[in-house]
Write a new protein. Structure first.
Length: 323
């Protein structure tokens, strides 16, 4: 078995950790240190760190199993990793670029699991970016680690379908997590053959996803209802989607396009047209009607559309805007 160190952060990387425990000699894990999170700003460990500690408690991993909680790849980490004499670094959503000096500590280098069909959607937010662009086919690529981001040779690649109405969180926590766990097992069980048959990426076909910012969630009501639906599903976890009503921020949590209903003429996009008992609150867009089913005033709790209207009687007929 290959001697492996795993680097990861969010909860959807946990199935890969489980797979590595089963199919490799897992020597340690690298993850960012605890940070203040959420509205309460409580200090929380990364999801991977919490899971490793739970495995040590239940005896799945030995108490001596090392968790390196590091903000950066410093000399201390280099020294500790070097002492483990690992064959391979396996990385999945760790969020840092590893310097060549660090990768050289591993006899067989490093591999990275990336949730896209590389070279499409390299970068920090491949699944949300694919969904925002209306892609219903994506996948997982396992690549060798190189210094240029997500440009390594492809060891294994498999596709998956994004179903209508699925959120980015659902795609990552379910489909991507399960597929990645199986793929990393397939790669490690036949690593030398996979390495020998690795395929270079076609640079001319590369596209990029950027690190999402809060402003990416602002809804432009001039866009079509379908495009806004894509935006809501893509950004459900971060940065969320939002608009403004009379200067007050309003988060749109769930919504879907209703293309069959005829839109009125002479009405500005962003107008709250009314309600439909089956569909929700109807908002006019640049093309089609968006049916909003869950929403939230800033600092208030998320409500279904009926409960929301019970406390906002003047909302119907109002105008939603970007400021």
């Amino acid at each position: 078995m290959l001697k492996v160190i795993f680097a990861g952060t969010p909860s959807f990387t946990i199935p890969v950790l489980d797979s590595l425990i089963a199919c490799s000699n897992l020597l340690g894990a690298i993850t960012p240190p605890a940070k203040r999170q959420g509205r309460s700003m409580k200090i929380k460990d990364s999801s991977l760190s919490s899971y490793v500690r739970a495995l040590k408690t239940d005896g799945t991993l030995q108490e001596s199993f090392p968790i390196f909680e590091k903000e950066s790849i410093d000399e201390d980490l280099m020294e500790k990793v070097s002492s483990l004499d690992a064959d391979l670094l396996v990385c999945f959503a760790y969020g840092k670029i590893f310097p060549a000096k660090f990768i050289s500590l591993f006899k067989r280098g490093g591999i990275n699991i990336h949730p896209s069909l590389l070279p499409k959607w390299r970068g920090a937010s491949p699944i949300p970016s694919a969904m925002y662009a209306g892609d219903f086919k994506t996948g997982v690529s396992i690549q060798t680690i190189k210094q240029k981001m997500d440009c390594g040779d492809i060891l294994l690649q498999r596709s998956l379908t994004i179903e209508k109405g699925e959120s980015a969180d659902e795609v990552l926590s379910d489909k991507v997590a399960k597929l990645s766990a199986q793929m990393v097992k397939d790669v490690l069980e036949d690593f030398e053959a996979k390495l020998k048959g690795a395929t270079p990426q076609k640079e001319a076909e590369a596209s990029y996803s950027h690190l999402l910012k809060k402003c990416d969630g602002l809804i432009d009501w001039q866009r079509s209802a379908t495009e806004i639906e894509w935006q809501i599903n893509a950004f459900n976890s971060w940065p969320g989607t939002y608009t403004f009503c009379n200067g007050k921020k309003l988060n749109i949590i769930e919504g879907h396009a209703l293309l069959e209903k005829e839109a009125p003429c002479g009405v500005a996009p962003g107008t709250v047209l009314g309600k439909d008992e089956k569909e929700g609150i109807l908002v006019l867009t640049g093309n089609g009607i968006l049916c909003v089913t869950k929403l939230q005033w800033e600092t208030k709790k998320v409500l279904g559309w009926k409960d929301f209207l019970n406390g906002a009687h003047l909302f119907l007929g109002s105008s939603l805007s970007s400021e």
